[in-house]
Design a protein around this ligand. Structure first.
Ligand code: SF4
Length: 390
């Protein structure tokens, strides 16, 4: 599939850029049966198509959100960008140059100094037998960034204050079990910031937090973007929070990028039926009627994805060409592209995504259509948000 072009807006060069990244995993275990069926049919060696030909760019001072449901490949993409796993194909550019191959420990350390990752689970990412001081001292020591013990103490205090964990000396003495989920995630972010990276990869950083503290962590990420000009990748399944935080949204489905563009444009005028489905399924505290979903079924097999457009098995607009040919990225607006045959012949999203066949799914949460910036009720299913670092 020809994925939407790297969504860099303006003239700012990307710090980190992925070009045609692909990751296929060999089939093992429970999916071996599907692999055997493919092998018996004389097909290629079966693999899980986790990420297929995805390109994106992370400019400084911008948040790029990658949105998709479970299994869409967004976390695998983050791990590829962090070089925790090796791509099957494609390349990474760091500040315009091919990223050095991280085949030695020293090279991996150099890369990690520029590109840091924050994981989804703040309860698992901190060792319960060590205090915050220990966790934050590690990056300074491993990367040789502290010149003395007093310099180390100053740097730990500074990074704690940067994530609003004050008084810093009190938080430095705490153990993970003494912290709230939001405070643990702030410690994880502080640990990532210790090496002064240029890129922060945040993999579902608020999905395991209570709804009442999500906004505080999202606002911290926004502050890191605005004041420290970090290039931030925000992985999420929640398109509403992506609209709130991100400058650019990339929508992934079944391992492929299907739409990308400015966050407001993608959420106000979705040009791909899957994006429309995501928006329809997002929470809306003001909706009183059951949601009418334009889309149906479940994601396809990652071992044997459908021919043509991978969304065609769920798409209410599917046509013959959708099964025959992979849709290229069609322009849908300024910096906005969508891999959907509905946009061929220069048509725009508003013309093609009219209300179509709908599937009622009363089990789904209330639907959401894009909201004005600043309206955060949808982030917590309507609950009032507050910062959590007190
Ligand atoms: Fe895919 Fe066709 Fe539906 Fe577009 S109309 S999303 S190309 S199945």
């Amino acid at each position: 599939m020809t994925t939407p072009a790297p969504p860099t807006h303006g003239t700012t060069a990307a710090v980190l850029e992925a070009r045609h990244l692909t990751k296929h995993f060999a089939v093992h275990g429970s999916v071996r049966g599907a692999g055997r069926r493919l092998a018996r049919a004389g097909g290629p060696a079966p693999v899980v198509h986790a990420v297929d030909d995805v390109s994106l760019a992370l400019p400084p001072g911008q948040v790029t959100a990658v949105v998709g449901e479970s299994g869409s490949g967004k976390s695998t993409l983050a791990r590829l960008l962090a070089r925790l796993i090796t791509p099957t194909a494609g390349e990474l550019l760091l500040n315009g140059h091919p990223a050095p191959r991280a085949h030695t420990h020293r090279r991996q350390l150099e890369y990690a100094k520029t590109v840091q990752m924050v994981l989804q689970d703040p309860f698992a990412s901190l060792n319960p037998i060590h205090d915050v001081h220990y966790h934050l001292s590690r990056p300074f020591k491993v990367h040789g960034l502290a010149t003395s013990e007093s310099d180390l103490e100053d740097k730990i205090a500074a990074v704690l204050e940067r994530v609003a964990l004050v008084p810093a000396d009190a938080f430095a003495r705490k153990y993970p079990h003494e912290l709230s989920g939001g405070q643990r995630q702030r410690v994880a972010i502080a640990r990532a910031l210790a090496v002064r990276p240029q890129v922060l990869l945040a993999d579902e950083p608020v999905s395991m937090l209570d709804v009442s503290i999500r906004l505080g962590v999202l606002n911290l990420l926004a502050d890191l973007r605005d004041r420290d000009h970090l290039a931030i990748l925000y992985i999420t399944h929640d398109i509403a929070s992506a609209r709130y935080l991100a400058d650019t949204i990339v929508v992934m489905y079944a391992g492929q990028a299907v739409e990308s563009g400015p966050a407001v444009q993608v959420t106000d005028a979705p040009a791909h039926p899957y994006t429309q489905l995501l928006l329809t399924a997002a929470p809306d505290p003001e909706r009183t009627a059951p949601v009418a979903l334009r889309g149906r079924g479940a994601p396809p097999s990652a071992v044997a994805p459908p021919s043509g457009c991978r969304f065609r098995t769920r798409c209410p607009y599917a046509m013959a060409i959708c099964a025959e040919q992979v849709p290229p990225a069609f322009p849908a607006g300024d910096g906005h592209v969508s891999a959907c045959w509905l946009l061929q012949d220069g048509r725009k999203s508003a013309e093609v995504l009219r209300p179509g066949p709908a599937t009622q799914d009363p089990a789904m949460p209330d639907a959401h259509h894009a909201r004005p910036e600043g309206d955060m009720r949808h982030l917590g299913g309507g609950e009032v948000m507050s910062a959590d670092n007190a």
